[in-house]
Structure formats: C-alpha cells, structure tokens
Design a protein around this ligand. Sequence first.
Ligand code: AP5
Ligand code: MG
Length: 216
Amino acid sequence: MLTYIVLLGPPGAGKGTQSKVLASELDVPHISSGDIFRDNIKNGTPLGKLAEAYISKGELVPDDLTIAMLRERFLQPDCKNGAILDGFPRTPVQADELEVLLNSFGGHVNLVLFITSPVNILIERLAGRWTCRAQGHIYHECFNPPKERGICDIDGSALFQRDDDKAETVLNRIEIYQTQTAPLIQYYDERGVLVRIDGDTSIKKVTEQLMSGLKC
Ligand code: AP5
Ligand code: MG
C-alpha cells in the first residue's frame, strides 16, 4: 500500500525530530521542504539564491517555486511507495497540488499528523536547537543534548544553529504559520485524515502518540 503521511505543525513543534523516527519505522523517505531549500542555499543553486531571501526573513517561499521543487523530488523512485512529508504542504494551494501529484501515481494523502505546542515552548525549543551539518540530525541543548557538545552522536559531524532561529525571525515564522499554514488544519480535518497530537510532552511520548496515530 502507498503511504503518504504529512506532519503538520508550527515551527519547533517537532516535525523534523519525529519525521526521522517515522521514516525509519515505515522504511519510506523523509521529505523535508526546509531541508531541501537549505541544501540548495548551501550549494548556491539558483533556487537556493531565490529561496534564501524569503527564508532569512521567516516568510514562505512562493508556492510556484516550492511546488516545482517538490515535484522534482517526487520524480525520484524512492518516493513511489510512500513518504513522510515534513513542512510541505504549507498552504492550501500546495495541498491541492500535492493531491494532484500523488494521484498521478495512484496515491493520496493517507494521514496528517498535526503536532502542536504553546508558543512559549516553541520559542524555547528553537532557541536551543542544534542541527548536524552532514545529515540534519536534530538536538536541543537541554531537551535532547548530544553526548559531546557541538558534535553529532550519529555521524560525528559539526552541529550548527539555523540562521532563521534568531528570536525575531522565529516570531515572524510563527505568525506566518498562523495566517498561511493553519488553514490546513480545517482543510485536512474536512477530508477526514487529520489526527491531533499533543506536542507539549517529551519526544518519546510524542513518538508514542504518533505510532498510535498510524493505526487510525
Ligand atoms: P522548515 O525547515 O520546515 O521549518 P519549520 O516548519 O519552521 O519547522 P522547524 O524545522 O523549525 O521545526 P520542527 O517542527 O521541524 O521542529 P524540530 O523537530 O526541529 O522551514 C524553514 C523555512 O523554509 C520556512 O520558514 C520557509 O521559509 C521555507 N519553507 C519550508 N517549506 C516550505 C513550504 N512548503 N512552502 C514555503 N516555504 C517553505 O524540533 C525543534 C527543537 O525542539 C529541536 O531542538 C528538538 O530537539 C526539540 N524538540 C522536538 N520535540 C521536542 C519535544 N517533544 N520536547 C522537547 N524538545 C523537543
Ligand atoms: Mg524541521
């Protein structure tokens, strides 16, 4: 069966952290639009140069650029049996396009796991997040610290803090989420695929709720 699962939630909700667990559990790729944009920025591609102007301010990259990028990702054969989608879709236009894209190879969005937490918790998480350069493994200086400061436990690469995790950019990202992405809660609720997850608890307990959500 084709399994396409969307992780929906505000910045810092834990989408990236939990997507990695689910992708490994279900043996499907983890597709993070934010990670693909950051790779393009790192590699200085034309898309990266365009996207950086939006990401640095905490704004959404325009739908046409984002959809074209995801379409290209879905051409790769590893997505044909399913995927965990993290950070995409983020607008109703992207959600409509995703459905068209998945329908074209016989799939659809099976489940949307909506994780949320209070704003003060989101801010605290993003302020202390460290990410690994090589493969994007995610840490937090208090809630999920690496064994050795600044070094990824899994692949030994250096950890860095994201430019868009600066306090003023975080507040803008949260506001943009509330105005442009939160309408997807109703969008997917009406389609009967939304499951609400309490993200204001430990990483392990969120994972347990997600695993139960998979059975819905
Ligand atoms: P993106 O990279 O998708 O960022 P985001 O949605 O803002 O979400 P984050 O990655 O900040 O948070 P997360 O939910 O993944 O949390 P994480 O697991 O890391 O997008 C970045 C930018 O790219 C956007 O602003 C936009 O400009 C652009 N973009 C991307 N997709 C786009 C699209 N579709 N359309 C247009 N533009 C797009 O966890 C956060 C921290 O909390 C970590 O330190 C973690 O260790 C910790 N943590 C996680 N869970 C818990 C827990 N339960 N308890 C304690 N700590 C926890
Ligand atoms: Mg993320």
